[in-house]
Design a protein around this ligand. Structure first.
Ligand code: AMP
Length: 382
C-alpha cells in the first residue's frame, strides 16, 4: 500500500490567520511576508506588535463567534502565537478552516497536569509530581515528594507567576490559599545544573526537524539569556533534540514546538513544560540559522518542506526587558556582531514598563567560539 501524498502547500499569496498579536505573531508575519504569504492577525488589542506588520487585522474578543466566522472565511489556514487563546476559539474555527497546530496541542499546553501526564505517556522523563485538589492532597503530596517542593497553578501561569516554593510544612496552607485557580500541581524541587530547551518543527507529512538545544538563564523569573548551543555533553544535546522531536510526533503537531527541560548534575533531562508555538528560547535561530524558527513555523503551517539545516553561528540572545535594557538599543544597533530586534511596543516612553519584553539582541559568534569561553554570559549583548 502506498502512503497517501501530503496535501500540496498553500501557494504564496495565501493568507495565514494568526490568533494573538504579540511579538511571536509579529516575527511569524515578517517571516511569512518574506515567502510571499499574507498574515491576518486576530487579537483583542488594537495596535498590537503583530498587527503593525500584518496585511489584515481583526480586533475582537476571542469569544466573538461572528468575528471568528468572518476571520475563518478570510484566511486559508489558522495558527496561534499565544498559548492562552481559549480552546473554544479553535473549536469554533476548526470546522471552517485548517488549524495548525490543532486544538489538542493547545489544550495540553494550557494545563500543567495534562502536560505532565502527556509527557509521561509519550515516554518523556519528568520529575515527581502530584495533582493537588485539596489541602489534604497537598499535605499527602509533600509527604510523598519531600521538601523543598514547588506548588504551581495548572493554568495561565508563565514567567514564574502562579507558583510558590515550599520549604517548610508550615508554608503549605498559605500557598494553597494564595494560588488560584485550583487544582494545583505539586512538583518535587529539581536541583538542576542547567535549564535547557529544544525546538522542533513538524510538517503536514510528519517530517520533523530540530534546532540545537540551548541553555536558558532567567532573571526575575523572565528569560534573560539563551546560549546556543547549550554547553553540554553531545549525548545530552542529542537527547534534548530527540525528546522534543518525539513529543512533536506524539502530539501529531503541525508547526513549531518548544520543550523546556531541567538538566540534572548526572546528565539526565527532565521535561518541565512545552509550548506548541515559536518560543523565546528560539529567537537566536532567526540570525544564526538560514531558516529560523518563525520561518520553520510558517513553512509547517502552509505545508512547505522543512529542511534540516545546521546552525551557522554560535549565538547568545539577550531579551530586552523593561525600560533599562531597552534604553541600550542605540548602542546595540551600532554593534556589528549583534542582531537587534525591537517589537514596536514603545512609542516615546510609553509601553516600556518593567518586566515587559520589548525586544531582543543576539550576538553572533564563529562556530565553536562558546566552547572556548568559561562562561558564555560574558559574550551576551548589553
Ligand atoms: P515554569 O513556569 O514552570 O517555567 O517555572 C519557572 C522557573 O521556576 C523555571 O524556569 C525554573 O527556574 C523554576 N522551577 C520551576 N519548576 C521547578 C522545579 N520543579 N524545581 C526547581 N525549579 C523549578
Amino acid at each position: 500500500m502506498s502512503t497517501p501524498l501530503p496535501p500540496p502547500p498553500l501557494p504564496p499569496g495565501s493568507t495565514i490567520g494568526i490568533l494573538g498579536g504579540g511579538q511571536l505573531g509579529r516575527m511569524s508575519a515578517l517571516a511569512a511576508a518574506r515567502l510571499g504569504y499574507r498574515c491576518h492577525i486576530y487579537a483583542p488589542e488594537a495596535d498590537s506588535p503583530g498587527m503593525q506588520v500584518a496585511a489584515a487585522r481583526t480586533v475582537a474578543p476571542y469569544e466573538d463567534a461572528g468575528a471568528l466566522a468572518r476571520f475563518a472565511a478570510a484566511v486559508n489556514v489558522v495558527t496561534f502565537e499565544f498559548e492562552n487563546v481559549p480552546a473554544a476559539t479553535l473549536d469554533a474555527l476548526a470546522p471552517l478552516v485548517p488549524c495548525r497546530p490543532g486544538v489538542a496541542a493547545l489544550r495540553i499546553g494550557q494545563d500543567r497536569l495534562a502536560e505532565k501526564a502527556f509527557f509521561e505517556s509519550s515516554g518523556i522523563p519528568v520529575g515527581p509530581w502530584r495533582a493537588v485538589h485539596s489541602l489534604a492532597e497537598l499535605e499527602a503530596g509533600i509527604a510523598a515528594l519531600g521538601l523543598p517542593a514547588v506548588l504551581k497553578t495548572t493554568r495561565l501561569g508563565y514567567d514564574g507567576r502562579g507558583q510558590a516554593v515550599l520549604r517548610r510544612p508550615e508554608d503549605a496552607a498559605a500557598a494553597f490559599a494564595r494560588l488560584a485557580p485550583h487544582p494545583l500541581i505539586l512538583e518535587a524541587f529539581i536541583p538542576f545544573a542547567k535549564e535547557v530547551s529544544a525546538i522542533a518543527a513538524r510538517g503536514v507529512d510528519g517530517t520533523v526537524v530540530t534546532f540545537d538545544a540551548v541553555e536558558n538563564r532567567h532573571a526575575h523569573h523572565i528569560l534573560d539569556l539563551s546560549i546556543a548551543p547549550a554547553q553540554v555533553p553531545p549525548a545530552v544535546a542529542a537527547q534534548a533534540r530527540a525528546q522534543v522531536a518525539a513529543l512533536a510526533t506524539a502530539l501529531d503537531l503541525v508547526g513549531v514546538l518548544a520543550l523546556e527541560m531541567f538538566l540534572l548534575p548526572d546528565g539526565r533531562l527532565l521535561a518541565n513544560e512545552m509550548a506548541p508555538r515559536p518560543h523565546n528560547s528560539g529567537h537566536w535561530t532567526m540570525d544564526a540559522c538560514r531558516i529560523g524558527q518563525f520561518e520553520m513555523h510558517v513553512r509547517a503551517v502552509v505545508g512547505l518542506p522543512l529542511p534540516q539545516l545546521g546552525r551557522e553561528h554560535d549565538a547568545v540572545m539577550r531579551n530586552l526587558v523593561g525600560p533599562d535594557s531597552y534604553a541600550a538599543w542605540p548602542r546595540l544597533a551600532a554593534e556589528p556582531g549583534v542582531a537587534l530586534h525591537l517589537y514596536g511596543k514603545v512609542q516615546g516612553t510609553e509601553g516600556a514598563r518593567p518586566g515587559r519584553k520589548l525586544g531582543h539582541a543576539t550576538r553572533l559568534l564563529p562556530l565553536g567560539r562558546l566552547a572556548e569561553e568559561a562562561d558564555a554570559a560574558a559574550l551576551a549583548p548589553l
